[in-house]
Design a protein around this ligand. Structure first.
Ligand code: NAD
Length: 487
């Protein structure tokens, strides 16, 4: 077994239940830090969605009937192969998605946990033993796979966000068709296809089709794909939900956020500003659970702003693969222009720019804006860039009210030396996740990750909630003899 990645396999190819270049267009993968070509892979079309769906349907029942121990062994073997190929995978994550090494390592570690958690799912008891009106009727509800799951993912944590759906879906007996974002097709999909193939996953159980909206749309509309697991923007998520709703497909949506970090007047400011900087600037702020809004008590607001701005100024920005930097590039020109527009329009609306607000090529300087109020763009919308907005509050009730403003409800955090006060505030926050004495980017493969409001539709990834996401209940009754009926 070759323990290295075989890059020639995905050259101008896709994995439509097998490596193929038939009817495939070329997709150039660029390195955002240098603007240079990293690789050329295959670009799938609608036709490949039909082909992959047919293959998935034909093998899914057999896969679901495969012994749990066999399914688990394949997932554990995949984890081992990821470990063996770790240096190459980290390199691709850094170069393709602009990750610094610690972010790539964090992402990689979460993939390994996801695979082990998913392997364990296969033998967890799930279902209900139900009372029945008849003493001779055995009544149970068992969990059965949904069938073929369409997984659509973004570019920011391409590897982890794909594996967190694929691993539990496959573990629980489903087949999967993955469409990674075309900006990160290698770390977001082709690596995964290769490792699962090498780990012994039967052909057809997984297909990986790099492509744009057209391919995603074909997956969403396909009649033989009864579930869509989508991670991405709220706008796209809502569009997918509308289309999928017409055929009553199950849709699991993990969408955008503009997450609040509340800092109380008694917080340890050294720790608070360090956590705040990490929460806003990790991966250039291109993280769904990044801190978008720092909601800070008036007594400490000036000092907090000064300390956060000082930290921001000290963070080096550059090529994460060739230099030792804290922030890498923004993923694209379109994205960096959007970030800059957010910063400029918020400053024009009356906020004070303490540092940053400038960029060169795709490198945006970590930015701190203070005196940001509701109604200003960076308060109201998700920036998805390295921008920390500070808003001042006077009492705890106002802090909760400010945190709850806006359409999103993904992650949140509260910092204080008074745990009772922080916990009371945390109970008032309308978000899928709240972290006391921490920042908002917290991820563990076994914890239920998800948001409310415009951040998601209540779906939750993370064992054991993956049973809920990737299976459906089937009520089964067994009578000792056929009951007598009056007709
Ligand atoms: P996006 O919605 O533009 O794209 C996400 C995926 O959807 C890509 O694969 C894209 O090709 C595909 N897509 C686009 N249009 C489609 C269509 N009409 N039909 C089917 N598929 C389509 O998202 P983005 O802007 O690239 O990603 C960033 C967003 O993702 C941010 O809002 C971020 O907060 C969110 N996100 C959420 C989570 C979470 O877990 N909640 C995690 C990461 C990112």
């Amino acid at each position: 077994m070759n323990t290295k990645l075989n890059r020639s396999e995905w050259h101008r190819s896709i994995y439509s239940s097998r490596w193929t270049s038939e009817g495939v267009n070329s997709l150039e993968v660029m390195e955002p830090a240098t603007g240079e070509l990293l690789d050329i892979v295959g670009l799938a079309s609608k036709h490949h969605v039909y082909e992959a769906a047919e293959a998935a349907v034909s093998v899914q029942r057999r896969w679901a009937d495969t012994a749990p121990g066999t399914r688990a062994a394949i997932l554990r073997r995949a984890a081992a192969l990821f470990e063996e190929r770790k240096p190459e995978i980290l390199e691709i994550l850094m170069r393709e998605s602009g990750s610094i090494m610690p972010k790539a390592e964090f992402e990689f570690a979460s993939v390994i946990s996801e695979l082990h958690e998913a392997a364990a799912l296969t033998t967890q008891p799930e279902g209900l033993l139900l009372p029945s009106g008849s003493p001779t009727r055995l009544s149970i509800a068992r969990r059965v796979p949904i069938g073929v799951v369409g997984v659509i993912t973004p570019w920011n944590l391409p590897l982890a966000l794909a594996v967190r759906s694929i691993a539990p879906a496959v573990a629980l007996g489903n087949a999967v068709i993955l469409k990674p974002d075309p900006k990160t097709p290698i770390s977001g999909g082709l690596i995964i296809a290769q490792i699962f193939q090498d780990a012994g996953l039967p052909a057809g159980v997984l297909s990986v089709l790099p492509g744009g909206a057209e391919v995603g749309d074909a997956i969403v509309r396909h009649p033989d794909i009864p579930m869509i697991s989508f991670t991405g923007s709220t706008v796209t998520g809502k569009m997918i939900a509308r289309i999928a709703g017409e055929s009553l497909k199950k849709v699991s949506l993990e969408l955008g956020g503009n997450n609040a970090l509340i800092v109380l007047d008694d917080a340890d400011l050294e720790r608070a500003t360090s956590a705040a900087a990490y929460g806003s600037f990790l991966h250039q702020g291109q993280v769904c659970v990044a801190v978008g809004r720092h909601i800070v008590h008036r007594k400490i607001a000036a000092q907090f702003a000064e300390m956060l701005a000082a930290r921001a100024k000290n963070l080096p920005v550059g090529d994460p693969y060739r230099e030792n930097v804290a922030l890498g590039p923004i993923i694209s020109q379109q994205q960096i222009e959007k970030i800059d527009e957010f910063v400029k329009s918020t400053a024009t609306a009356g906020a004070r720019l303490l540092t940053g607000g400038k960029y060169d090529k795709l490198f945006y300087q970590p930015t701190v804006l203070t005196d940001v109020l509701p109604g200003m763009p960076t308060f109201d919308y998700e920036v998805f860039g390295p921008v920390a907005s500070i808003t001042v509050f006077d009492d705890d009730e106002q802090a909760v009210d400010l945190a709850n403003r806006g359409d999103y409800g993904l992650s949140s955090a509260v910092q204080s030396r008074s745990l009772d006060r922080a916990i009371a505030i945390s109970r008032g926050i309308k978000a899928g996740m709240v972290h006391v004495n921490d920042q908002t980017i917290v991820y563990e493969a076994h914890a239920p990750f998800g948001g409310v409001k415009n951040s998601g539709n209540g779906s939750r990834y993370g064992s054991p909630t993956n049973h809920e996401e990737f299976t459906t209940l089937q009520w089964v009754t067994t009578n000792e003899v056929i009951p007598a009926y009056p007709f």
